[in-house]
Write a protein of this length. Sequence first.
Lengths: 239, 116
Amino acid sequence: MMTDPLLQVIHSPVIAIALTLAAFLCAVWLYRRSGWLVLQPVLVTMLIIIGGIRLLGLDYQAYREAVVPISWLLGPATVALAVPLYRNVRRIRQALWPVMLTLLVGGVAIVALTLLFARWLGADVPVLMTLATKSVTMPIAMPLAEQLGGIAALAAVLVMLTGVAGTAMLPPLLNLCGVQHPAARGMAYGMNAHAVGTARALEEGDECGAFAALAMGALGALTAVLLPLAFLLWHLLLD
Amino acid sequence: MIKGVLLLLVMQAGGALLQQLCLPMLPGPVIGLLLLLVLLLVLGRIPQCLEQASAVLFQYLPLLLAVPATGILLGGDVLLAQLPAISGGLLLSLLFCIPLCGWMMQRLIAAETDDD
């Protein structure tokens, strides 16, 4: 078995990387051909990769190690978001008050409504603490969930689910509600669907992408600082 | 292009260092983003090499995000056990908050421009 040449090739990093790139090409092709916004590339790429891993019987950890040459680029890509931010710095400065108010009211609503609905539907406390972090970008959400008494591994899953589901729901909902301003669309993308939403916002244009990056970063930082404080207060009031 | 990537990596490394030293709650790349923004503000323009590098990275952003998204495979147990509550809470809050954020920002911008 061990010397089966076909199996050896299937379990080599080459196949993992090829599977990832092929999945992305299929997803982009499908997205362009269908013109259907729900089929956004992150979602479809992810589904094809998962299908491929299952079909080929790959070990998930081995897959993730094999595709590090692709996934480490996410770091520099995050830093590069400074470019659209800088290009729109004047627009952002003009809209400073709207940005801050929307971040504060929207941010509170996102956390409060998520907890309310999930509690109503019967989620337990560790899951609730994890859900509270679902709208911030993953490297912030995971340690934050742990700090609040949630589950870090679940936080990563919920963040991705939110990003993917949110990005599928965002364009039709915004169109339905008549939100046309690129800055307003960008804020909604970044606050509700963090990085996945920002990737989609960049497709709509530079201004939209800049406000999405701003909303994602600012909401992430605000949540990291304010959420632990809010839970501390909550416990003080209850006990 | 390579110069641009190098600049991004230097900023990311600076961000990682600052995170270790004094900002443990923010991820290194986000601090790197802020460092690069400050650099651009001081510089007053976007270097050509950086423009190229960021355009290429953004073009493939969905590919880069799809890899961590496959982590959904790992969180299976708790997720499946409370799937109705989790997916319900997630989707219902999105249904309300997406229009709220977009609508509020649009109204506030309109109000601001009316004042001028």
